[in-house]
Design a protein around this ligand. Sequence first.
Ligand SMILES: [Cu+2]
Length: 352
Amino acid sequence: MHSSTEKKGFLSLLVCSLFLVLAAPRVALSADRDFSLSIEEVTVRVAPDLTFNAFAFDGQVPGPLIHVREGDHVTVHVTNNTSLPHTIHWHGINQTHGNWKMDGVPMVTQEAIAPGDTFTYRWVAERSGTLWYHCHVNVNEHVAMRGMWGPIIIDPKRPSELEKKVDRDFIFMYSSWESPYAHRYGRGGGPRDEADYWSVNGKSFPLDMPVRVKKGEVVRFRFIGAGDAFHEIHLHGHDMLIVRKDGYPLPHPYFVDTILVGPGERYDAIIRMNNPGRFVMHDHVDKHMTNGGKEMGGPMTVIEYDGIPKESWYVWKDKDKTYDPDFFYQDSMKKGYGIFTNPRFKGVPVGN
Ligand SMILES: [Cu+2]
């Protein structure tokens, strides 16, 4: 009798310790993250012949990267330094923890943040993948063409075997611009207005950047439809394995060479860099490959393998002079968790 009680006691001690060992790392890894974002009126250069007045998070387009882990508790203090009201919607966060008043929809979940005011958002990173944040006031103007968007990457607690093999991440945010309203806040984005510039991460070719890779790397391209245009993203020379849609892991990943990225959508593609050379990745809506009607422009980039010589006729042979190693957030994504600005995305204060 006595010995059986002892055995039971020992057994429950063992079970308890085992539970603690298994549970402890997870508890320890769910963190509180406290960030601040301001909204500024700045002028950004989109194309060689186009500057545009934006409402820019921390003065940059796209906004800073928010990189956290599944389960983290996130606080963001948002200060509106512009002349019009705004909010932030955390696109992909379902606010399932009773946080519906953090959903960022004016006149439904909150009053918009007035000029000069600060609003504090609190939410739980309840699911993983490629998410994003954007304003929810006058979206046809503020989101479609004033640059009010940025990426949220939430690392999963349990990545797939393939996801564990990824060496580097690249984030592509697609959007469009209506040049007649470039310097006229409060106008544009109506049903009869036409976009005439298209961009990736706020820049039209040739002001965007090449994607520089090494043979043998496994990379993940995270596509985000940030504006209100449809983008048919076509990668030359490689298979893209689509593994997540809107952050959700797909039960049956599928290969594509072209992926339609519509407004609000996100796709994660995993690609083996096994074909050294130079290959373009571009929007296959052909008119998107122009700047104000002149080709070549738009969201066109080049996958440049390390070690491939750059001939005199190569359109980006001199790109080293202006190269931004964080243009697709690839450096920031290496820095662990936090909020990451990019000084090269910053505009100049409006009027300067
Ligand atoms: Cu806004």
